[in-house]
Design a protein around this ligand. Sequence first.
Ligand SMILES: NC(=O)c1ccc[n+]([C@@H]2O[C@H](COP(=O)([O-])OP(=O)(O)OC[C@H]3O[C@@H](n4cnc5c(N)ncnc54)[C@H](OP(=O)(O)O)[C@@H]3O)[C@@H](O)[C@H]2O)c1
Length: 318
Amino acid sequence: MHIVIGGGSGFIGTALAEECRARGDQVTVISRFPGDGRITWDQVKAGELPACDAVINLAGQHILDMRRRWTPKYRDEVIASRVETTEVLVAVLNTMPSPPNVFVSTAGKCFYGTGEIGKTHEYPELDEESEPMGIDFPAELVALWEQAAEGIDTTSIRHVRVRIGVVLGAVERKSYIGKLWRIGQARGFLPIIRLPFCLGLGATIGHGQQPFPWIHIDDMVGILLHVINDADHDGRFNAVAPGIVNNQHFTEVFAKQLHRRVVWSIPAWLVKRTVGLERASILLEGQNVKPKRTLESGYKFKFPDIESALGDLVQITF
Ligand SMILES: NC(=O)c1ccc[n+]([C@@H]2O[C@H](COP(=O)([O-])OP(=O)(O)OC[C@H]3O[C@@H](n4cnc5c(N)ncnc54)[C@H](OP(=O)(O)O)[C@@H]3O)[C@@H](O)[C@H]2O)c1
């Protein structure tokens, strides 16, 4: 197959591209920057999208980049990087004389928003058919992102929509120097939180009872390939592991893998002050998301529970 990946230079895209190449597929990445095996978004707009079998869009400015202050400019970039790239692809795919068989648009589990949860912390189960619990900024963002994909011509292109949980990738470095100095291209959530945990500063966030919908990077890639490969799959699929845990459970298992204890918790007011009110719900609230359709479609998770996933991913324990 020839697979085109928008935002294919990122964490998920790189893993997907590696897996596709390993099985003999040709991969073209759409990026803001030109390079080998890449085309730019401007080239796509100019009608230079190559003939291909599948297009997946994973482009999006990171919403929790701690190196940047949350300003109106950053907020606009977060929205535009998702909505505009999706709109460009939809417009171009709809006019191709021989379009690809399948278009996979992605979005986040924040679609389900946040709602009033009582003191018992009983979060309702949410599957692919569920409506949002309530609208906050992340849910509004995902709604705009998903709407942008809706114009795809489903009479000629199969449309799969994947909602992604927090993707967990390896806490390891590939090169010798990288291993030595703990630097390099490790990506995703775990490498960011590894250092504070190793220093004994690992902490639950807020009350810690909020659900933490996570997925192992291998299953993330596995689900994308599963929906591309099988012509019967269309519509929504949740890319979250069946073994969802809450923030406290996740924190304890991660600390245990690193041979550390968890004695701290980060108070909600500090999270709100650090990341701003609009983004705080990403950390302080959670959604009890289930991969119901994903399981019904026959996808078998390699890492269905958090213990096996973190056991596989955490190789550095200094
Ligand atoms: N990783 C997760 O835990 C997670 C969870 C839920 C949803 N998602 C979503 O899944 C998608 C892929 O995630 P990821 O972790 O692979 O993200 P990532 O590593 O941050 O990579 C996303 C790619 O998007 C492109 N990009 C960044 N800013 C852009 C902008 N302003 N305009 C156009 N393109 C831009 C970049 O490609 P170039 O630099 O080559 O242009 C980047 O490589 C994202 O949309 C993300 O929001 C991820």
